[in-house]
Design a protein around this ligand. Structure first.
Ligand code: ADP
Ligand code: ZN
Length: 742
């Protein structure tokens, strides 16, 4: 039935269970509503918030209800991003409403955070120099006020403009009366980085960088083939990012930069902000430490077009920029680009997709590209651009492997440092140079084990052992956070011979304080960095040379740049190596290379010590020789042999529930159904316990899927799950292209 002159909206409620509902648009909303509008609509007896997915001229239902309310005056989700959400729901096998919600930050989604308004002032029309001079003779203060606005080139808060001109606010009101400026109430941002930055000039590019920029310009003119920028640490990739952004902005386009959350440090942000000091108000920064209000403001700054450059972590891939010129993904191999709840997207892959759809160049940068990206660069899907030299031809640090099996443990403090590393630290300290010690495990000891009966203190809710934290004398579960007092005797056999096994960052710190009593030592990990500014303060102190030895987890592996660090020690390289995941070798190689890259960033040569019980493992040997190519060749061979990614695609379905038998039964049923529905070329695994068998009181089982196309795996999973009724207390998560198989 057509009702002439009326419009209808097809709405996807945020909690919809996949249903799309049609509503009539009241006349009062007709001008403002559109695709991507956020609305409140009646569903049975309730009002639900949702998103307009389509606008319709007709409606096939006789009695449709009205849209009750518009949440925001203007549509919040651009059609391009809605399309991206649709694709994501399909590919990553999640409900459409989950995908749609994920492109809007929570702070924006429900319109709860109010905007801060303030009077701002701007010129009505350009003002000629003669006019200014004439005015200066009559009313010098008005002329000063105008000069400030001319210099700003855009609106300024009245108070700021008055400050800068050294006049009172009333001068601007006089100018408004005379028709030279307008004062309007405008939204102002709560700028989380409100300091002023010193401009930093462009550097003269070296030959490799110059070539890289040629490729970038070509990609901006003719997008479609993403660039894999493969450059060793310190080869000047960031300079390429900065130039590409400038290029894009100069063309009147925008730029989006993704960095791993952990690398989104003040240091990184500062580097970008200072290069674009001339347009600071046009840069938005999005990361997880923002308050709801700040996030809301930054988002709106992008949405209304005032921000032209966005720097952010994973979810910033959905930043509502228009007219994108370039999308940059730094450290493209990073696992943190993968979201670990639905939609389980990988921001790097979404960047490639978004770039293709919106005609933007895509640059994926890394010193250790992941196998998937490397493979794509070999098949021609990506264009490989290399930076082989460190800037100024600085040599790569020398990497020495310390075989812990053969080293007499030289130090009295639990043998954390073998003799060569101990002596190296001593030597650096004598020269006034700095050391970074890396250990990928926080806490004091890994676990408490009873020497008498072998009992290990386990988390009651997860299948992992508890970690000892010395400062609080407590045992903590790193999966669920369960914590309890550390026992003085074995909880099982009461023997007091309970002791600690393994080493964590806290223990390293304590041991080092005893070994080097004069050294100034600091630790950076999730436990020591709980205070808001701790990160910045510690790094600041380290940079100023107030710390001799910095101990830390991944937190210190990324993107830091300290010229005075000449020694990096890796306390135990084996930690990530012996885990049940086919990517273990790749991750270890990447981590060693990244950590090693922290050494010798200045004038002095760097040195790296890697302590290990398995010195001949390929990841360690190839990393030692800075041999990326060698590692890739051997790792590709292994992946191809077993049809692991990038040679095949994977999906992992994880089921969890509180009653083990029900989860197990459901997993087995699911596996059977998938097998009978699978087309040729798709392999379905059995329903087996997950490597992490129990987490947060839930028992976990998995069914793996392998095939040549992720989309096929996703469809099969979706269709099969639709035909199955799971027990109410069994929850299912589908992960397409999973990165973690635990
Ligand atoms: P990457 O991101 O590849 O690790 P960076 O971009 O951080 O490398 O560069 C390392 C250092 O070299 C930085 O201090 C940077 O300012 C400097 N640098 C980069 N390019 C040049 C250049 N063309 N000339 C001089 N210095 C440069
Ligand atoms: Zn636990």
């Amino acid at each position: 039935m057509t009702i002439f002159g009326k419009m209808f909206a097809r709405v996807l409620p945020d909690q919809a269970a996949g249903r799309l509902l049609d509503y009539r648009v009241p006349e009062s909303m007709a001008d403002s509503i559109g695709i991507g509008s956020r609305v409140r609509v009646p569903v049975r007896t309730r009002l639900l918030t949702g998103t307009v997915i389509e606008m319709l001229a007709t409606c096939e239902f006789k009695s449709v209800r009205d849209v009750s309310q518009l949440v925001d005056e203007k549509p919040m989700i651009r059609p391009a991003l809605l399309e991206l959400a649709r694709w994501m729901a399909d590919y990553y096998c999640c409900p459409l409403e989950t995908a749609v919600c994920s492109v809007l930050p929570v702070a924006v989604r429900d319109g709860r955070v109010s905007v801060k308004k303030q009077n701002s002032v701007r010129l009505i029309a350009p003002i000629a120099e003669e006019q200014l001079e004439a005015l200066a003779r009559k009313a010098p203060r008005q002329a000063d006020a105008l000069r400030v606005l001319i210099k700003a080139g855009g609106p300024l808060p009245v108070s700021t403009a008055a400050d800068q001109a050294g006049v009172s606010d009333s001068v601007f009101r006089t100018l408004e009366k005379n028709g030279l400026v307008v004062i309007e109430s405008a939204v102002v941002g709560r700028n989380p980085y409100s300091e002023r930055f010193v401009p930093n000039a462009e550097l003269v590019l070296n030959a490799e960088q110059t070539e890289a920029m040629v490729a970038v310009r070509e990609a901006m003119e003719k997008p479609g083939q993403p660039i894999l920028l493969f450059g060793v640490t310190g080869s000047g990739k960031t300079e390429i990012y900065l130039r590409s952004i400038r290029e894009s902005v100069n063309q009147g386009r925008t730029a989006l930069v993704l960095v791993p959350e952990i690398a989104l440090t003040p240091q990184t942000v500062e580097r970008f902000k200072s290069r674009f000091a001339d347009m600071q108000d046009r840069i938005a920064v999005l990361h997880s430490h923002l308050s709801e209000g700040e996030r809301h403001d930054e988002w709106h700054k992008i949405h209304d077009g005032s921000a032209r450059i966005v720097i952010g972590a994973r979810s910033s891939i959905f930043a509502p920029l228009e007219n994108l010129g370039v999308i940059i993904v730094d450290e493209e191999h990073e696992g943190s680009y993968k979201q670990d709840e639905a939609p389980r997207y990988n921001a790097r892959d979404m960047a490639v997709l978004r770039g293709a759809r919106e005609g933007a160049a895509v640059i994926l940068g890394s010193a250790t590209p992941c196998l998937e990206s490397w493979h794509n660069s070999q098949t021609g899907k990506y264009r490989l651009v290399r930076l082989n030299q460190r800037v100024d031809d600085k040599s790569m640090p020398v990497v020495r492997v310390v075989d812990l099996r053969r080293q007499a443990r030289a130090t009295p403090e639990g043998g954390i440092l073998a003799k060569p590393l101990y002596e190296a630290i001593e030597g650096r300290m004598a020269k006034g140079e700095q050391t970074i010690l890396f250990l990928n495990r926080r806490g004091f000891s890994t676990s408490m084990i009873c020497e008498a009966c072998g009992h290990v203190c386990q988390c009651p809710d997860c299948s992992v052992s508890l970690t000892y934290h010395r400062a609080a004398e407590r045992l903590v579960c790193h999966i669920c956070g369960h914590t309890r007092k550390a026992p003085k005797a074995c909880p099982k056999c009461s023997d007091p011979k309970i002791r600690f096994a393994g080493v964590g960052t806290q223990k390293v710190e304590e041991a080092l304080k005893k070994i080097f009593p004069k050294a100034r030592i600091a630790r950076m990990d999730a436990d020591s960095m709980t205070r808001k500014d701790a990160y910045r303060d510690t790094l600041g102190a380290f940079k100023e040379g107030k710390i001799d030895i910095l101990i830390g987890t991944q937190m210190i592996a990324k993107g830091l740049h300290f010229p005075n660090v000449t020694l990096v020690g890796i306390v135990n390289a084996d930690l990530g190596l012996h885990v049940p995941d086919f990517r273990a070798g790749e991750r270890t190689f990447q981590l060693l290379t990244q950590v090693a890259g922290r050494a010798g960033r200045g004038e002095m040569e760097g040195e790296v010590y890697v302590q290990t019980f398995t010195p001949f493992s390929p990841s360690i040997q190839f990393a030692r020789h800075h041999d990326f190519q060698g590692f890739m060749e051997q790792e590709m061979e292994f992946r191809e042999k077993f049809a692991y990614p990038p040679f095949g695609r994977m999906a992992m379905i994880t089921l969890r529930g509180t009653v083990r038998e029900r989860v197990e039964f459901s997993a087995q049923t699911l596996s059977r159904k998938l097998k009978s529905a699978a087309r040729k070329g798709i392999t379905i695994g059995e329903g087996v316990p997950a490597p992490l068998e129990k987490a947060k009181t839930y028992h976990r089982f998995q069914v793996s899927m392998r095939g040549s196309s992720s989309m096929h795996l996703s469809r099969l999973a979706k269709e099969t799950l639709e035909t199955l009724t799971m027990p109410e207390d069994v929850f299912v998560a589908v992960d397409i292209d999973p990165l973690h198989l635990m």
